[in-house]
Design a protein around this ligand. Structure first.
Ligand code: CP
Length: 293
């Protein structure tokens, strides 16, 4: 039984296979590869993209999906998460897709070895399918040659599972990563760190902007989002005519993370990331439910 807790669960060959399968899914009409399979989605945190993307991916491949809304589940009557998971596994789904605020939850459930666990985002630690779809989007843009490219991750890096998973995967693929954030948003890291965006604009091939999660910080860092945006919003003035690929995992805070103008700019691939997310998740489901069985 193979799980996807983070990309360390994948061999180098499996990552290559996922990228190949996602590319093929993007070019072909969907097939019914998973027509006898059943997935359960269990999201303890809000989601627009990841949950619907997994559900679309599963349905495009012919799988059935059941969603359990935790706010209406028996976890509200005191049932433990482990018992909820064990009960769902007793119904013999082919995989359970889970999002949780706790970093360790997907790993703990995977270790119970009752059913395949697919991490759809855990705490600030891991969001493997986001990292894979970001890699896929870069691969597509740079025609397969990402080694030696430099990505600046900009914003609230310390709160971001997208950043954590991305950093691990990008480094593994030979991509350079630099971090741009105010000190309180900066994680402990041996990667190059910058407080000012202007310091990196001439050195990077990709900017990955992150949502400013000011609500997660107990000590106020900026008076308001506007003050943050003055330093970190990706605007046309900052980008100028540079050939930089602009990514963001969503949800985008308009004119705080990225300006309205830049969101319309062809260098910005935010919606392409969302599109690619379906193909990557189709590839992940094929791998875990079919190829690795
Ligand atoms: N990128 C991402 O995880 O978005 P959602 O929170 O909407 O799923």
């Amino acid at each position: 039984m193979q799980h996807l807790v983070d990309t360390y669960d994948l061999t180098d060959q499996q990552i290559q296979d996922l990228l190949r399968d996602a590319k093929n899914f993007k070019c072909q009409k969907p097939t019914q590869l998973l027509k006898d399979k059943l997935l359960i989605t269990l999201f303890f945190e809000h989601s627009t993209r990841t949950r619907s993307s997994f559900e679309v991916a599963a349905k495009r491949l012919g799988a059935a999906v059941v969603h359990l809304d935790p706010s209406r589940s028996s976890t509200k009557k005191g049932e433990t998460l482990e018992d909820t998971f064990a009960n769902l596994c007793a119904m013999e789904p082919d995989g359970i897709i889970i999002r949780h605020a706790d970093n360790e939850t997907p790993k703990q459930l995977a270790d119970m070895a009752l059913g395949t666990v697919i991490n759809a985002g855990a705490g600030n630690y891991a969001h493997p399918t986001q990292a894979l779809l970001d890699l896929f989007t870069m691969m597509e843009h740079f025609e397969g040659n990402v080694e030696g490219k430099t990505v600046a991750i900009v914003g609230d890096i310390i709160s971001s599972r997208v950043a954590s998973s991305g950093i691990r995967l990008f480094k593994r693929m030979g991509i350079n990563v630099v971090l741009v954030a105010p000190q309180p948003f900066m994680p402990q890291s041996d990667l190059p760190q910058h407080e000012k965006l202007e310091e990196v604009m001439d050195k990077v091939d990709v900017i990955m902007s992150l949502r400013a999660q000011l609500e997660r910080h107990t000590t106020p860092i900026f008076d308001d989002y506007e003050a943050y945006a003055q330093h970190y919003c990706i605007t046309k003035e900052r980008m100028q005519k540079r050939d930089i690929l602009l990514l963001h995992p969503g949800p985008v805070m308009r004119n705080i993370d990225i300006s309205d103008e830049m969101l319309k700019d062809p260098r910005c691939k935010v919606l392409e990331q969302v599109k690619n997310g379906v193909y990557i998740r189709m590839a992940v489901l094929k791998l875990l439910l079919l190829d690795a069985r």
